[in-house]
Design a binder for this molecule. Structure first.
Ligand code: GLP
Length: 249
């Protein structure tokens, strides 16, 4: 695992944008699975700026949805697809045919998860997984306990995740209790993983991700065995003694 410690959230976002831009330059038809949540928003804004300036070409990308609440239609304001559309797909001019959804509104969600895994496999796997870190160590909605080989599937959200995600939707009673998530197996097989971690509230879980034993109780700890993982964190989330930056006393 490569660990990059940035001064703050804006520099974290710029560093992440450099990584993604380098990949897009090398492989314009890359396959990306992309997180929602708050942490990657700065990265997505940065990429959108680069798109406006003509510095990146997104016309051949293939995008896979990371997670979705079960039972929500696409136009529900809580739909994670809708969130991804607003912060990532539209600003980057990515069209519908470039996107594979995890359909929370499918009549048979388990079959839809199998179909999703089949599509990922047929495409040749993900080139890049852009992930955030759940406060309980989840990746996507791979809630603890999730083993390293867990497939894409329907899950029940932990009370901690329901509580933590209530801030997005204005209260716990607005958070669906079940969800679909891309599997640990698919995520860990990505050619490259970019894990973004920001803020003091993630510090304890980042320590367990980086250094703790690999355990289903901290699904993110399995990143220690993945092929090419870059963790970009800001100082607030950093568990080790404070790092100093040039120009600071
Ligand atoms: C949410 C999402 C994840 C996200 C994570 C962290 O529950 N399911 O995809 O990466 O938790 O979110 P945030 O970046 O807002 O802290």
């Amino acid at each position: 695992m490569d660990l990059v410690v940035e001064r703050d959230y804006p520099t974290l976002s710029r560093a992440a944008a450099e990584v993604v831009t380098d990949l897009l330059m090398a492989k314009a038809d890359a396959r990306l699975v992309v997180a929602t949540g708050e942490t990657p928003l700065g990265l997505y804004r940065n990429l959108a700026d680069r798109k406006v300036r003509g510095q990146i070409d997104t016309s051949r990308l293939r995008i896979f949805q990371l997670d979705e609440y079960l039972g929500l239609t696409l136009d529900d304001s809580r739909s994670l697809y809708r969130w991804m559309r607003e912060v990532f797909l539209e600003p980057l001019a990515i069209r519908d045919h470039q996107v594979t959804r995890l359909p929370g509104d499918a009549p048979n969600p388990t079959a839809a998860c199998r179909a999703y895994d089949h599509e990922v496999e047929q495409a040749g796997g993900y080139d890049l997984a852009i992930l955030g870190l759940g406060r309980n160590g989840h990746l996507g909605f791979n809630e603890p306990p999730s083993d390293h080989d867990a497939p894409t599937r329907v899950v029940t959200l932990s009370p901690e995740t329901v509580h933590s995600n209530a801030r997005y939707w204005g209260g716990e009673d607005r958070v669906p209790r079940r969800a679909l998530t891309a599997g640990m197996k698919q995520l860990l097989a990505a050619r490259r993983v970019l894990l973004l971690v920001s803020g003091r509230g993630k510090r304890a879980m980042l320590a367990r991700t980086l250094e703790g034993p690999e355990t289903p109780h901290v699904p993110a700890s399995f990143l220690q065995r993945a092929e090419h993982v870059t963790v970009i964190t800001d100082r607030d989330a950093m568990p080790m003694p404070a790092v100093s930056f040039p120009g600071e006393v």
